[in-house]
Design a protein around this ligand. Structure first.
Ligand code: HEC
Length: 391
């Protein structure tokens, strides 16, 4: 087989010294591709062998060998859309593949190769485009932003910044943008700039504050401490960081009492085992659904992950009235809106002038200010204890 493949279009002079190991590998690469029938699976066994062989070469080897270059081009077209494609473009410094790299990044932001793809695009010729405009649904876009953030490359700032500051973007996109920005110094600075000019949305303050107060750049930490102070418990006592808070143990019985206290108000919006007002999600089994950190976050930053169907809507009526509540039903003629306290208003649609989904949860932020740190820990213990069958 080797003999059949021997006549390689490689000048003999080239095969000396540094490239002396090349012929055998090159034979395999070019040979396998040369005898190739149309490929079905994107990365079949034969392509794998070629990839393996190419993996042992250097970019310069391929650059100086037209046959290998051709082989590389072919294998590139075979693995387009696969993680191997990104590896080849990176290792052999292949140019002009931005569209395909972008396509991969947008389709597979969760792939381990996605960060490399993002880096290739950031390093690519201007105008740099990491595919944010073509990512589509919010989850996907948030995923791409997250990966771009993982490059920790300052060039991400101008790309991601507009999304962080755009109130029209879904919450998860803006959150992902803030998180990505906080990973690079310029981005963290830019976020502080938004806070200073009052352009950081309220529902992002908790995330941004948490990230920037623990930033690795001391000047950022200091300024964040002033601009975005840590959430405080009763009497402005600063709460310890979340990671520490969730490690403490509390008294669930005391927590149950805190939950029912009028100045705290949980029971005025939540039911537990039939007690309380049916407005927000039923919490009878919340300890099964959420871990301690998520429970703490649900109280400290209610807008972080608004449960589906519990989004707040601002509704304006044609008579000038407005109300805020949860939309719990809709027919052709009517809109059912549940208001705080649990009553359901049935509005005639002809009377509704406008309805707008709110980024902020109806559950108010800052409820922990009515509790001491220990009471907050007790409350968490109580919530964690609310599980199926446990009463
Ligand atoms: C004004 C009404 C209101 C008050 C007061 C309130 N909540 Fe909520 N809560 C809601 C609403 C509405 C949601 C759903 C939207 C969201 O997730 O932010 C919610 C969500 C939650 C969730 C997440 C539920 C899930 O299924 O993911 C938890 C946990 C929670 N609240 C606990 C509490 C605790 C503890 C208190 C008291 C410290 C409290 N809430 C006070 C209205 C309220």
């Amino acid at each position: 087989m080797i003999r059949l493949l021997m006549p390689l279009p490689v000048a003999p002079r080239r095969l000396t010294r540094a490239f002396s190991y090349l012929p055998a590998v090159a034979c395999v690469v070019v040979g396998l591709l040369g005898s190739q029938s149309p490929v079905r699976a994107a990365v079949d066994d034969r392509t794998r062998v070629v990839l393996e062989a190419l993996g042992r070469m250097k970019a310069a080897d391929v650059e100086s060998n037209p046959a290998l270059k051709k082989a590389l081009e072919r294998v590139l077209s075979q693995v387009r859309g696969e993680p191997e494609f990104i590896g080849l473009v990176r290792d052999f410094k292949v140019t002009g593949q931005e569209a395909a790299v972008r396509e991969f990044l947008v389709a597979h932001p969760e792939s381990p190769a996605a960060v490399d793809a993002a880096r290739l695009l950031l390093d690519g010729p201007p105008p740099v485009d990491v595919g944010l405009a073509q990512a589509g649904p919010a989850v996907r876009l948030a995923g791409v932003i997250k990966v771009v953030g993982e490059t920790e490359d300052r060039r991400l700032v101008p790309l991601v910044m507009p999304l962080a500051a755009d109130p029209a973007q879904p919450a998860e996109v803006r959150r992902a943008a803030v998180t990505a920005l906080a990973r690079v110094q310029d981005g963290a600075q830019a976020l502080l700039g938004l806070v200073r000019s009052n352009r950081l949305a309220d529902d992002l303050r908790f995330v941004a504050g948490g990230l920037l107060r623990s930033s690795r750049w001391p000047a950022i930490r200091t300024e964040a401490g002033t601009l975005l102070p840590a959430p405080a418990a009763k009497g402005a006592e600063p709460l310890p960081p979340l990671a520490e808070l969730v490690k403490r143990t509390g008294d669930p019985a005391r927590g149950a009492a805190v939950f029912r206290r009028a100045d705290v108000g949980c029971i005025q919006c939540h039911q537990v085992n039939g007690e309380g007002v049916d407005f927000g999600p039923n919490l009878s089994e919340i300890g099964t659904k959420l871990g301690r950190d998520a429970l703490a976050e649900a109280v400290l930053d209610p807008s972080a992950g608004i449960s589906f169907g519990f989004e707040a809507w601002a509704i304006q009526l044609k008579n000038g009235d407005d109300l805020t509540g949860l939309i719990v039903g809709e027919t052709e003629q009517e809109l059912s809106v549940k208001l705080q306290g649990g009553t359901v208003n049935r509005l005639k649609k002809v009377e509704v002038a406008k309805r707008e989904k709110q980024a902020l949860s109806i559950m108010p932020a800052g409820l922990q200010q009515a509790m001491t740190t220990q009471e907050f820990v007790d409350l968490l213990e109580y919530l964690a204890s609310l599980k199926k069958g446990a009463r």
